[in-house]
Each structure stands twice: as structure tokens, then as C-alpha cells.
Design a protein around this ligand. Structure first.
Ligand SMILES: C[S@@+](CC[C@H](N)C(=O)[O-])C[C@H]1O[C@@H](n2cnc3c(N)ncnc32)[C@H](O)[C@@H]1O
Length: 263
């Protein structure tokens, strides 16, 4: 059984499911790319604006543009009080609707494995960033156990359900990222890991977070009541063997940055 494509249709559900994680990893990522204030930013695959908020809060951008192909995620982002001066555009990473050298930084937070041709997306970021500017991304280490809901996916497998996967999971490997950044002609390429933890109040908090989100939420919606009960019991036993109390999950992302060479 193959997993159905992951759909991003609910900004609030996404925020609880993944936006919180994106901001946790995004803080370290932003500190690492250490931008100056007053720069022109492009957030590629901005979704519901989860990471865009961090740029707005911490980096005092001169300008900030977010692009994403999901209208419902963009609608959620546009309503955020902190993001009223951000320009949100429905667009594809593989064909960015901007002139060459229009930005100082372009970032892809938790997006690269969703782009059907990741190398094309990174080449586009390198094209629209000015010489000396930064092209950077972070992505869960999907194949190395870094996805925060890895244990949930294993429980899906245990009941014979496919694990929801983005179209290019292999792109989260460090060697694949390094190859894509080098092929895009970027220089001074650096990588790092970002490890984060998130605490949930208890199993119900995890369960409701999963149900409202994309991917695993879609898998839960596709189950009948009996299958969902079996999955609920198995997941509870694996995440909360003591039967009650808070639950902490961990995630680990690969981050990469490179510089657009001068003329
Ligand atoms: C896991 S979400 C990340 C959203 C946001 N960057 C964050 O940090 O929370 C992945 C996003 O990639 C977007 N996406 C999928 N295919 C894309 C493409 N070809 N170009 C740009 N964005 C894409 C989805 O619509 C979704 O909003």
C-alpha cells in the first residue's frame, strides 16, 4: 500500500503538528546563518508562515517575501498579525517569479524534500539571490531517524499502513544536500545538525496534534473506527508505557548553507 500525497490544507492544524517544530529548529538555523538586519529575504515553501514569523521577529528584514503553492496555507499566513508587511505569493520553488539577484537570502525550511526536482529549486534560489548572498535550508533527517514523528510512522507500519512520505525523502541526506548545493554553483558550503525536543502534556495532546495535521492526520482519517482504535492503543503503549504523564519527542534536522559567488 502506498501513502497518498501529503496535502497542506489546514494552516492551524499544520501549525500545531509541524509549525511548532519548525520554529524550534528554525531558531538555531537563523542563529547559524547569522544574517545582518535590514536584508531582503525570500522564504521558499513558506506554508502557513511558521518560519516566516521567526524572520520577521528576529532579523528585522528590509523586505520579506514568502512563496508556496498552497492557497490555504498562504491564507493562514496572511492573517498573522506579525506578517502583515510580508508579501505572500502562490508560486513553485522550481520556477520562482523573480528577477535575478533580487534577494540577499533565500531559505527553504522543511521544504526541500517536497519539491519534485529539488536541484531545480535550489538552482532557482541561487539565481534570485545576489552575489555574496546566502542560500540555505534545513530538513528532517528522514532516513536517519530524525523525523520527530518517526515512532508514530513505525506504529503505522506495524498495523500495515504506509508511512506518509514526501516525494524526495532522500534529499534530506547530507551528501545529497551537499551535491545539490555544489551543483548550483554555491561556494563556502557548510552543514550542521540541529537537534530539538518538544514536550506534550500527555497522550491526548499528541493524539489531537496528529489528528489535526497533514500526513499522519490524513492516514488517521482514512482508517475505520476499529483500525483507529487499534492504532491508538498501540501508539499509546509505545509513547506512554507508564500510562500517564508528559511525553517528549525529539527531532534532528540537517541544515546547509552556501554563498552565491561574486560576478
Ligand atoms: C512541511 S511544510 C514547511 C512549511 C514552512 N516552511 C515551515 O517551516 O513550517 C512544506 C511546504 O512545502 C510546500 N511545497 C510543496 N511543494 C512545493 C514546491 N514545489 N515549491 C514550493 N513549496 C512547496 C508545501 O505547500 C508546504 O507548505
Amino acid at each position: 500500500m502506498t501513502s497518498e500525497p501529503i496535502r497542506f490544507t489546514d494552516g492551524a492544524g499544520y501549525d500545531r503538528f509541524m509549525g511548532v517544530w519548525s520554529r524550534l529548529a528554525g531558531q538555531d538555523f537563523l542563529d547559524w546563518i547569522a544574517p545582518h538586519h535590514g536584508q531582503r529575504w525570500l522564504d521558499v515553501g513558506c506554508g502557513n508562515g511558521a518560519f516566516t514569523q521567526l524572520i520577521a521577529e528576529r532579523s528585522a528584514p528590509l523586505s520579506l517575501v514568502g512563496i508556496d503553492p498552497s492557497d490555504s496555507q498562504l491564507a493562514f499566513a496572511r492573517q498573522h498579525p506579525l506578517l502583515q508587511s510580508v508579501e505572500f505569493i502562490n508560486a513553485d520553488a522550481m520556477a520562482l517569479p523573480f528577477a535575478d539577484a533580487s534577494f540577499d537570502l533565500a531559505v527553504m525550511p522543511l521544504v526541500i524534500f517536497f519539491v519534485p526536482e529539488p536541484a531545480q529549486g535550489v538552482a532557482e534560489m541561487a539565481r534570485v539571490v545576489a552575489p555574496g548572498g546566502t542560500v540555505a535550508a534545513y530538513a528532517w533527517d528522514l532516513e536517519g531517524g530524525g523525523y520527530p514523528y518517526q515512532g508514530v510512522n513505525e506504529t503505522l507500519s506495524a498495523i500495515g499502513r504506509p508511512r506518509p512520505m514526501p516525494p524526495s525523502p532522500e534529499t534530506s541526506r547530507l551528501e545529497v544536500l551537499l551535491d545539490i548545493w555544489a551543483t548550483a554553483g554555491l561556494s563556502d558550503i557548510q552543514t550542521r545538525e540541529i537537534a530539538v525536543e518538544r514536550s506534550f502534556l500527555g497522550f491526548d495532546d499528541v493524539w489531537n496534534t496528529l489528528r489535526g495535521g497533514p500526513s499522519i492526520g490524513q492516514a488517521l482519517a482514512a482508517m475505520n473506527e476499529e483500525e483507529r482504535s487499534r492504532f491508538h492503543a498501540l501508539l499509546r503503549a509505545s509513547l506512554q508505557p507508564a500510562g500517564s504523564g508528559p511525553i517528549t519527542l525529539a527531532g534532528r534536522a540537517h541544515a546547509i548553507r552556501g554563498t552565491v559567488p561574486g560576478p
